[in-house]
Design a protein around this ligand. Structure first.
Ligand SMILES: Nc1ncnc2c1ncn2[C@@H]1O[C@H](COP(=O)(O)OP(=O)(O)OP(=O)(O)O)[C@@H](O)[C@H]1O
Length: 679
């Protein structure tokens, strides 16, 4: 459970995957119709009237995706644990065998104790069970011993199959998580992280339940069911015929109500994932909900979706109730018929009291098995549906292989964007035929209005996405041919908003290292010192071991930012990508961060791409690239850009409402950094 909740929190914390990818924790489907769409359609319909139609769609979807290939694949995952499965099944055969023979022996014992006129009917009836019954009559403790062996075999069976189940689900969960974390960024653009997370968590629980409890109960039910029916036939053919007459009725009832129940259960899983997603999203962004006073709105939305769950649950409960009620009616009717007809057979000397008793016990066992088999069928189908979705996630192949290609960790000359165009999935071109170069050891500032494509350029340089057209080269090697993992490790990245994970400061900083185990305390402190973070970290009671809270909520904005900078620097990268934040920090934090980066850029001969929002940053750059609506509209040094009539830099300043002369005069004072522009 602990592991599960950890996974759930990993998934559902809604941390941007691009950040995670940038930090290269990827060491470790193409999108389909969103379930949200399905839910929206379902909501817009009157459930009680249309449930069959909607459910069929869903069932069709699930069954279409449940193939024998899935079973084969599940078997492959289960293969390493076949020893446990074999042991468990063997113990199951032993325990089922013992408990199947007991009613027959008890029947014979009853006949031995009773002065039964029909017992034994002939010498040939000195069958094995009679001999065993006689033995147990003389040695009653042996019967207790046999029962104890049966119980021990049952306990061993449960243990072995549970271990097998837990291991199989663990392997499946790991495989699916590894696959999700390696997907292309497009996958996360198309799919809602909360929904994938809750599906991953919920589906693995369902598969886990199916392969451990349900499968165990199901196989036992089949064994006991077949055995009981066999024993019923052996005990009395006439009574068996009466009992089996009820079978078509039971099957009919199961078909009628069982299917509706099954469909409702599947539908519930879909809707529950959506409700879960809504709740998690709001809870993860509580500050924003509070600031917008959107509490009531959030509750209303949650309740609205909850009503849908209630609607489906009502139908499910009705089907379930009808199923159980009908089973009970049929069962008791069949049992009464057996007793009536059985007493008639005793009177006519066809069977003995003991045989009627055995038969009744076997009939109860058979009925219980039938009910367990139907439950087993439901659970297995549910498990197959869930596993097919998990396998779909597991087998989804990302276009970009993270660990293939040339390992490049530095540049000799430059990075070049050559006629690069790029569009996000389902969007128009974000970047349109852009060409520029980022020389080694120089600072390149990309400027431009909001939404013009600056951060997208940074994403392409990090190889979070590949260009749709044109190419990016690193010393004449196409970036597509370069090992993405190694390349990203070579680049220190500070994003627009600092993203911290729910762990200690040390762990957050080490996320930036390719080999965290090789980073010494000295390296860690050096990175923190460079990022101007060492003083405040050492001021905390637990220093580097201080937990930062969810999304770093226990730290100030400036502290988060500086830890993010330390994380970018801990591996001593030669290339830096800095995306200036557009929201304001307090002037002092802003100044500290600015000075930190300024010193870093001056003294470390780094190749830097900075998405700049402030003039001070632009002024520090060796070249400035102006992007507007996805096109490059100006390029040159800061001074060159300033000389241009109605210069772009001036336009930028004016657009931001900053008088040029005032801005330039204050460029090196703390006040200059307080107006909004920062890393
Ligand atoms: N993951 C995404 N999926 C789809 N569209 C996206 C995605 N990220 C950005 N966009 C779109 O691409 C365009 C450029 O976005 P980008 O973030 O590169 O702009 P920007 O210049 O960095 O903006 P800002 O200065 O406001 O940060 C915008 O229209 C944006 O809506």
């Amino acid at each position: 459970m602990h592991c599960l909740s950890a996974l759930r929190s990993t998934f559902c914390s809604q941390l941007p995957t691009s950040t995670y990818r940038m930090l290269l924790q990827s060491r470790l489907t193409p999108g389909r119709t969103s379930k949200r769409d399905l839910t929206a359609k379902v909501r817009s319909q009157k459930w009680n009237q249309n449930i069959r139609r909607v459910d069929r769609r869903n069932t069709a979807y699930l069954l279409r995706h449940t193939t024998w290939k899935d079973l084969v694949e599940l078997y492959e995952i289960a293969k390493p644990f076949r020893k446990w499965i074999f042991l468990g099944t063997s113990f199951m055969v032993v325990s089922s065998g013992i408990f199947l023979i007991i009613p027959r022996i008890l029947g014979k014992l009853i006949d031995q104790f009773e002065s039964n006129p029909g017992f034994p009917r002939s010498d040939t009836e000195e069958e094995l069970t009679i001999k065993i019954a006689k033995f147990f009559k003389q040695h009653p403790m042996a019967l207790v011993g046999l029962l104890a062996v049966g119980a021990l075999a049952t306990a061993a069976k449960v243990y072995c199959l549970q271990i097998a189940g837990v291991n199989i689900v663990g392997s499946l969960r790991k495989a699916v998580y590894s696959s999700i974390i390696r997907q292309d960024m497009t996958f996360f653009d198309k799919n809602m992280v909360g929904e994938i997370g809750s599906r991953h968590a919920a589906d693995t629980v369902i598969v886990g339940y199916s392969v451990s409890s349900s499968l165990r109960a199901g196989v036992r039910a089949v064994l006991v069911g077949v055995g009981s029916v066999g024993m019923m036939l052996m005990t009395s053919l006439e009574l068996s015929t009466v009992s089996f007459l009820t079978a078509p009725i039971v099957i009919g009832i199961f078909k009628m109500f069982g299917r509706v129940q099954q469909q409702c259960t599947w539908q519930l899983q879909e809707v529950a994932a959506d409700v879960n997603q809504t709740a998690l999203e709001r809870m993860a962004n509580m500050k924003t909900v509070r600031m917008l006073s959107a509490e009531q709105q959030s509750i209303d939305e949650y309740c609205k979706k909850g009503e849908l769950v209630l609607d489906i649950s009502k139908t499910e409960a009705l089907a379930k109730g009808s199923l159980i009620g009908s089973f009970q009616f049929t069962g008791y009717s069949a049992f009464s018929s057996i007793l009536f007809y059985g007493s008639h057979l005793i009177n006519t000397g066809h069977i003995t009291y003991g045989e009627l008793s055995s038969f009744c016990l076997y009939a109860v066992l058979a009925a219980a098995s039938l009910s367990n088999i139907s439950g087993f069928y439901n659970e297995v189908m549910k498990g197959l549906g869930a596993s097919s979705r998990l396998l779909e996630l597991k087998n989804s192949q990302p276009v970009m292989n993270l660990n293939q290609g040339i390992r490049k960790t530095d540049i000799q000359n430059s990075i070049r964007f050559e006629n690069v165009s790029f569009a996000y999935a389902g969007r128009k071109k974000t970047l349109d035929n852009i060409s520029f170069h980022i020389p080694r050891g120089k600072i390149t500032a990309v400027i431009g209005p909001s939404g013009s494509g600056k951060s997208s350029i940074a994403s392409l340089m990090l190889r979070l996405y590949d260009p749709s057209e044109g190419k990016i080269t690193v010393d004449n090697t196409d970036l597509r041919d370069i090992n993405a993992t190694a390349w990203r490790h070579a680049i220190g990245t500070v994003g627009q908003e600092p993203v911290l994970f729910t762990c200690s400061i040390r762990e957050n900083i080490l996320l930036g290292a390719e080999y965290p185990e090789r980073i010494s305390q000295c390296d860690l402190e050096e990175a923190a010192q460079l990022a101007n973070a060492l003083d405040f970290i050492q001021g905390f009671e637990y220093g580097f071991e201080t937990m930062v809270g969810e999304h770093g909520c226990k730290l100030s904005g400036g502290q988060k930012q500086r830890i993010a900078i330390a994380r970018a620097l801990v591996s001593k990268p030669k290339i830096l990508i800095l995306d200036e934040a557009t929201s304001a920090l307090d002037a002092t934090s802003d100044y500290l961060i600015r000075m930190t980066l300024s010193n870093l850029l001056k003294n470390h001969n780094l190749t830097v791409l900075v998405v700049a929002h402030r003039l001070a940053t632009m002024q520090q750059a060796d070249q400035v690239v102006y992007v507007n609506r996805g096109r490059i509209e100006g390029q040159g040094t800061f001074d060159e850009m300033m000389k241009v009539q109605n210069s772009i830099v001036e336009q930028e300043a004016r657009r931001r409402g900053i008088p040029m002369n005032e801005q330039m005069s204050k460029v090196n004072t703390p006040v200059a950094y307080g107006f909004s522009l920062k890393f």
